[in-house]
Write a protein that binds this ligand. Structure first.
Ligand code: B12
Length: 216
């Protein structure tokens, strides 16, 4: 049993065997972050099979379900330990952008932020820029976190930031963006304040945003 086996079992969509592997790895004290990285590598492998025509959308759905079942087991393990702080460090509003229904990465970011003391309000998936602005006015968050998984929905990030600016809210909220097609350069081009490559990067990035931000 190994992390490579776990990645391969995910690529092959073997739900039962994946869960057995994850439990064995946890029992053998393998770092939960390494287990998670192996799972994400598996999801990339599934994506490649989809690109090559070997897998269909139904297979992507199955992969999503497998990942979610893995997270049921991993979340409690990930949330124990030194990363957990008792106090709330700030309020984050999180959403997947318009026309995009991928939420596994967003949910992981949400869990990591919550485990590190942030209050997280989740607006769900396929959220229109206008709705995001309404929710900013309603909740007055310190940070807006946007997730995007499709190249075709990247403009949802750009449009959301434009709408936030148009509605005069840009000075009130810091913006962090992430997701598979997002890069640090794109984030900067879109006018975001920060970019996070994964859920772990999201925590220090959001902490830094809070430190650099003076609320009125
Ligand atoms: C599972 C999956 C689905 C599931 C999603 C289920 C769900 N509940 O989310 C379903 C079946 C719904 C789906 C649908 C589609 N999908 Co899909 N999907 C995937 C797959 C295999 C895994 C995604 C995933 O969950 N990864 C695991 C998580 C943990 O990783 P992550 O999302 O990248 O998130 C991490 C980081 O990116 C980051 N992060 C994410 N968000 C944020 C936000 C912030 C603020 C920060 C800081 C960080 C951050 O942190 C996360 C955790 O570490 C990917 C393949 C891949 N390589 O990702 C394709 C993929 C994203 N899908 C793809 C496609 C094409 C589609 C469809 C268009 C297919 C179709 N023809 O219908 C539809 C689009 C539906 C829509 N309108 O959104 C393509 C996108 C290609 C592109 N460049 O645009 C991919 C890349 C597959 C491929 N290689 O072709 N999909």
């Amino acid at each position: 049993m190994s992390l490579e086996t776990l990645t391969d079992k995910i690529i092959d969509l073997e739900l039962e065997e994946v869960l057995v592997e994850v439990k064995k790895l946890i029992a053998n004290q393998v770092e939960p972050l390494e287990i998670l990285a192996a799972c994400r590598a598996g999801m990339e492998g599934v994506g490649k099979r989809f690109e090559s025509g070997e897998y269909y959308v139904a297979d992507l759905m199955l992969a999503g379900n497998i990942f979610q079942e893995v997270m049921q087991i991993l979340n409690p393990v990930l949330n124990e330990g030194d990363n957990v702080q008792a106090k709330s460090t700030g309020k984050v509003l999180i959403a997947t952008v318009r026309d995009d229904i991928h939420d596994i990465g967003k949910n992981l970011v949400k869990s990591m932020l919550a485990a590190n003391g942030f209050e997280v309000i989740d607006l769900g998936v396929n959220v229109d820029p206008v709705v995001i602005c309404q929710e900013i006015k309603r909740h007055n968050p310190d940070i807006l976190a946007l997730s995007c998984l499709l190249t075709s929905t990247l403009e949802g990030i750009e449009d959301t930031i434009a709408e936030v600016t148009k509605q005069g809210l840009r000075e009130k909220v810091k913006i962090i963006v992430g997701g598979a097609p997002v890069t640090a350069k794109l984030a900067a081009d879109f006018g975001a304040d920060a970019y996070g490559a994964d859920a772990y990067a999201a925590v220090p990035q959001c902490q830094a945003l809070l430190e650099g931000k003076s609320r009125d």
